[in-house]
Design a protein around this ligand. Structure first.
Ligand SMILES: Nc1ncnc2c1ncn2[C@@H]1O[C@H](COP(=O)(O)OP(=O)(O)O)[C@@H](O)[C@H]1O
Ligand SMILES: [Mg+2]
Length: 266
């Protein structure tokens, strides 16, 4: 059984107006359990919209979404959030800046444990402390620090822990290292790989960094104009270089991959 199945997803924004935009056009994707898929695409290609569709942020015009074989197409977003972890570029999205690291972790943990949010007992504190110690970021002694006081990298690391502590069926990362300086981005990326591997998570990661799109995970898709135009894995992907990837994209879509941030990094 697939961890995630997207069947013919279609979403047009501002339907029936002159601004109508087909953000997802017949997107289908089978994601195997343990797949770590990197997602590339020009600005406005529909990458974040695809994640939002999976998260249930809006009703689809057409299509079905299956998570672990269960049809979640009509599930409300908060119900999906119990099974899907997500992280964004802005580290404050999805965390409570005025709560301590410990409270944030407890809140994330409760999602699965379905205990009272306030029941952070000693054992949990010890458990959180151990998890933080494993991150090697000096966060283990800062359980009582408010999230808002951490550096960007520390916040993303803590957010990553929050997003995965309840062992979600799916982890969605939307350019979660894009706002960090290169050295910190690399650290958070290394941590991401470790957590995904150790917890055997199924993960989709949007990135504008083509090299890490090829280095990280086991499969890469490229979106364009609301659709998936390229899907590479296995040997084909192993032997692919960034110029090769760009060339392949040009062949399939008839144009160059164009993303402001990508251009900056080339
Ligand atoms: N809530 C929305 N309302 C109207 N248009 C939207 C909305 N969200 C996304 N879009 C449009 O859908 C297209 C895809 O956007 P998005 O998924 O954010 O692209 P990406 O993440 O690949 O850069 C863009 O043209 C964007 O302007
Ligand atoms: Mg986006």
């Amino acid at each position: 059984m697939n961890a995630l199945q997207l069947i013919g997803l279609r979403k047009a924004f501002e339907r029936g107006t002159p601004n109508e935009k087909l953000a997802l056009s017949d997107v289908s994707l089978d994601v195997a359990r343990g797949d770590f898929i990197t997602v590339l695409g020009s600005n406005g290609a529909g990458k974040s919209t695809l994640f939002n569709a999976i998260l249930g942020k809006f009703p689809l015009d057409r299509g079905r979404i299956l998570l672990d074989g269960e049809d979640i197409t009509r599930w409300k977003d908060y119900r999906r959030a119990l099974n899907i972890g997500c992280l964004y570029q802005d580290p404050m999205r999805g965390t409570a800046p005025n709560m301590t690291i410990e409270e944030n972790l407890a809140l994330a943990y409760t999602r699965k444990a379905s205990r009272s949010f306030f029941a952070v007992n000693r054992r949990d504190s010890g458990y959180f402390k151990k998890l933080l110690k494993d991150l090697n970021l000096g966060l283990e002694d800062r359980l009582k620090t408010r999230m808002g006081l951490l550096s960007g990298g520390q916040r993303q690391a803590a957010s990553l822990l929050m997003a995965t502590i309840a062992e979600p069926k799916l982890l969605l990362l939307d350019e979660h290292t894009a706002a960090l300086d290169p050295a910190t981005a690399e650290k958070v990326m290394a941590l991401t790989r470790r957590i995904v591997a150790e917890r055997n998570l199924t993960c989709l990661m949007i990135t504008h960094n083509m090299q890490s799109a090829l280095n990280v995970g086991n499969r890469t898709i490229i979106m364009d104009n609301g659709g998936i135009v390229l899907d590479v894995s296995g040997q084909e992907r192993d032997s692919l270089t960034v110029p090769g990837l760009l060339e392949l994209f040009r062949e399939r879509s008839g144009k160059a991959l164009d993303n402001d941030r990508m251009l900056l990094e080339r």
